[in-house]
Write a protein that binds this ligand. Structure first.
Ligand code: TXA
Ligand code: MG
Length: 350
């Protein structure tokens, strides 16, 4: 299959709207369209069509027990998908939708088990991106969309990343440029009474606590290597977000961290080893491929650059990658969650 790639600006001009219409036709006919959201690119299909969802799993090479997130274009569409909409869902939507928050609710029977990975619950999100919203509206169906990467790889933050993983396997890529946030949405489970965070994201614990009181956190999020607490979001079980090269996180006091990384990189051939660091440590590494992810004072930029830097390390064929640890505060919680998963829990504390 030849994948059509269309550039669209965030304003979605009238002539660009023809691409949205073409993409919506593809969705209606059961095909697949990758599109930008404010978090990462999604790989979309008709959420109500089991065949579309099967195609999504096929294109990504994703295990079919890992459910998809269903994207809607306005709040009221939630009633078509969810059997019960608790008051908390309305409160969260008021505050965070459109935006990087996914809610788990009890599903109605129109949502096929192919979309929910066999679960009786459904993940729902109203994204904050005009291209995504136009596509969902024009398709006239909710759109199931996991991140548009090959299963296990870092999520795509640009159309180039999507093309690299999925060109030839999907019908259309809507290229809306680089995404805004760069890591996936926060997932909150509302099916069990008290809300529970299943995956940290841009909407952090404190933001949720501020409006709902103390929000719980799935203990599996903080699994250590060897723990086997089963996460409530099946996708959190798999090694994920990972580059081809072996990633190791070094945590501790910054000067010990840089010393340790300097020692470790020298145990490898210079052209096979890489370091991911921040501008605060500029000049402290001079062996192997050194990439900067931003400033420690600006976690928004770090989140924005994380996956692109991991992918760049692969492009440079780096086999051993070392990354400095970050604080767990605020957005740092989501950043460290993704880094630790990408590292397959290889963490060294110094
Ligand atoms: O920001 C995002 O959420 C992006 C964009 C495209 O919206 N999507 C995304 O989808 O990250 P994906 O498929 O890569 O991750 C979905 C996560 C998985 O960990 C999955 O297990 C979980 O959501 N999930 C989906 N439905 C669920 C359900 N019913 N119960 C528990 N977890 C669920
Ligand atoms: Mg994903």
């Amino acid at each position: 299959m030849k994948t059509r790639i269309y550039k669209i600006s965030e304003e979605v001009s009238e002539s660009e709207y023809d691409y949205i219409k073409e993409a919506a036709e593809v969705i209606k006919k059961g095909g697949l369209v990758a599109f930008p959201t404010e978090t990462v690119y999604g790989l979309g299909g008709n959420a109500l069509n089991p065949e579309s969802s099967k195609k999504i799993y096929g294109a990504k090479g994703r295990p079919s027990d890992n459910p998809l997130i269903v994207h809607i274009s306005e709040f009221n569409e939630i009633y078509m998908l969810a059997r019960e909409v608790p008051e908390t869902a309305r409160i969260l939507a008021d505050r965070f939708w459109p935006g990087p928050l996914t809610m788990i609710l009890k599903k109605k029977s129109v949502v096929p088990y192919e979309t929910t990975g066999g679960l009786d619950t459904v993940a729902i999100r109203l994204p904050d991106n005009p291209i995504a919203i136009s596509l969902i509206r024009e398709s006239k169906v909710p759109i199931a969309a996991p991140s548009a990467n090959k299963s296990g790889k870092p999520s795509p933050t640009s159309a180039e990343h999507v093309a690299k993983d999925l060109a030839g396997k999907i019908d259309i890529i809507l290229d809306g440029g680089k995404v805004d946030i760069g890591i996936e949405s926060t997932i909150v489970d509302l099916t069990d009474g008290a809300p529970v965070i299943l995956r940290p994201g841009y909407v952090n614990q404190k933001m949720l606590d501020d409006i709902l009181g103390d929000v719980l956190r799935d203990p599996a999020i903080d699994n250590k290597a060897g723990d086997d607490i089963r996460p409530k979001a099946p996708g959190m079980m798999y090694r994920h977000y990972a580059p081809e090269g072996e990633l190791t996180v070094i945590e501790g006091n910054m000067s010990d961290v840089t010393d340790k990384i300097n020692e470790l990189v020298r145990t490898y051939d210079e052209d096979t080893v890489g370091v991911i660091t921040t501008i605060e440590n500029r000049g402290r590494y001079n062996y192997g491929t050194v990439m900067y992810i931003g400033s420690r004072k600006d976690e928004i930029t770090i989140a924005h650059n994380l996956y692109a830097v991991l992918r760049k390390m692969d492009e440079c064929k780096i086999k051993h990658i070392f990354i400095e640890g970050f604080s767990n505060e605020g957005l740092g919680d989501a950043i460290m969650n993704r880094i630790i998963k990408a590292a397959g829990h290889r963490i060294l504390k110094v």
